[in-house]
Design a protein around this ligand. Sequence first.
Ligand code: FES
Length: 102
Amino acid sequence: MNDASTFQIRIANTGQTIDCPTDRTVLQAAIAAGIDYPYACATGNCGMCVSDLTAGEVHLLAHGDSSLSRAQKEAGQTLACRAQPRGDLAIKWRNRSQTTRL
Ligand code: FES
């Protein structure tokens, strides 16, 4: 059971739903849950973790402008390594079509 500061994130690529506290990023929660989420820098500078946010709201931490443009944000994309949940989320990564099992 979740408290008010933990939300659920559905990862469309794997079909899994994971818990994520508001002070952690989607990427941190995914890695902690054993999900092989695509990423490289984990600091908002490479764009490898660009994802479609299909439901919910996030707080986006500081990131490089080239890793996520304004147009991408307006199109509903976010950076998993910079996004902290502000509600239950549904998200799908864009940079790898297949999952690999850890
Ligand atoms: S992993 Fe590099 S921007 Fe997210």
